[in-house]
Design a protein around this ligand. Structure first.
Ligand code: HSE
Length: 296
């Protein structure tokens, strides 16, 4: 085998209070094909700006090859991305996961998924998108002695996710730069207690509990200023009864509900309360993580 295509799901991180810890895999995908060649790097399917050696799929591919003591001669990478870039739906994590898995599969799958998560977490700096991208479903992760530890949590089958994706991007680095270095004990307690409730509400399918629990004191109040329309959309979603949070570092805003008519209800009013253009993407949980969809 010298050619493989890896499919990686989109992910939403944090879920409100689970900053850098919680994540869910969603039904939107980036497919990346890796073909080993004799010499050079060729990257297609993406903007010219991402075709150099700093492409995350290539960086991750090389890191895994180095760990396996394999030489990178040449590689052709083709990216077919449904996951929007720099929108808070795990587009960077998807490329890191694809590159890691692509290298591993092409060289006899010597590393475990945990091994690939360790390598990619060292590059991304937090495991909350990477973990659900590798394992699927709802995950919570911690980093202990520099290494990520992840567990899957059960999810009630009736949840639907609605992503509100604006026509502007927000690099994660910018959204992290506005966060304070120090937080109060009160904020820490608020997030620990609300985070525990979020996991239970998602398991039970308890929408009222989720709505109350999915609030945060560590990041959203600082980031909302970077996102025009945040307050207006939050107010609208809350009137419709859905749980609401920032997806990852944003700017995508996320609604979680069991109401099949939420999209229709929001569509009637969204344009009247917003200034940017917001696309609504209905999604469900993807229980399968990254996988090989083609090999030759
Ligand atoms: N936990 C990360 C953040 C997710 O909120 O900055 C984005 O990569």
């Amino acid at each position: 085998m010298n050619k493989v295509t890896i499919r990686v799901p989109a992910t939403t991180a944090n879920l409100g209070p689970g900053f850098d810890a919680f994540g869910v895999a969603l039904s939107l995908y980036t497919d990346v094909t890796f073909e080993e060649t004799e010499y050079g790097l060729e990257i297609t399917g993406c903007d010219e700006a991402y075709t150099g050696p700093d492409n995350l799929a290539y960086v991750s591919y090389c890191a895994v090859m180095a760990t396996m003591c394999e030489e990178v001669r040449g590689v052709k990478i083709h990216i077919d991305a449904q996951i929007p870039i720099c929108r808070g739906l795990g587009s960077s994590a998807a490329l890191l996961v694809a590159g890691a898995m692509g290298a591993n599969v092409l060289h006899g799958s010597k590393l475990s998924t945990q091994g690939l998560l360790n390598i990619t977490n060292a590059m991304e700096g937090h495991p909350d998108n990477l973990a659900p991208a590798f394992y699927g479903g709802l995950t919570a992760s911690m980093v202990d002695n520099g290494l990520p530890v992840t567990v899957n949590f059960p999810l009630h089958p009736d949840w639907e996710f609605l992503a509100l994706v604006p026509d502007f991007d927000l690099p994660t680095s910018k959204a992290r730069a506005v966060l304070p270095e120090q937080v109060s004990r009160e904020a820490a307690i608020y997030n620990i207690s609300h985070g525990a409730m979020v996991l239970k509400a998602l398991e039970l399918g308890n929408e009222k509990l989720l709505r109350n629990a999915m609030q945060d004191r560590l990041h959203q109040k600082y980031r909302r200023k970077l996102i025009p329309d945040y307050e207006a959309i939050e107010a609208l979603v809350r009137t419709c009864g859905a749980a609401f949070c920032l997806s990852g570092a944003g700017p995508t805003l996320l609604c979680i509900t069991q109401d099949e008519n939420l999209q229709e209800k929001l569509a009637k009013k969204l344009d009247t309360v917003t200034q940017a253009n917001w696309a609504m993407i209905p999604l469900h949980v993807e229980f399968q993580g990254a996988r090989v969809i083609k090999s030759e």
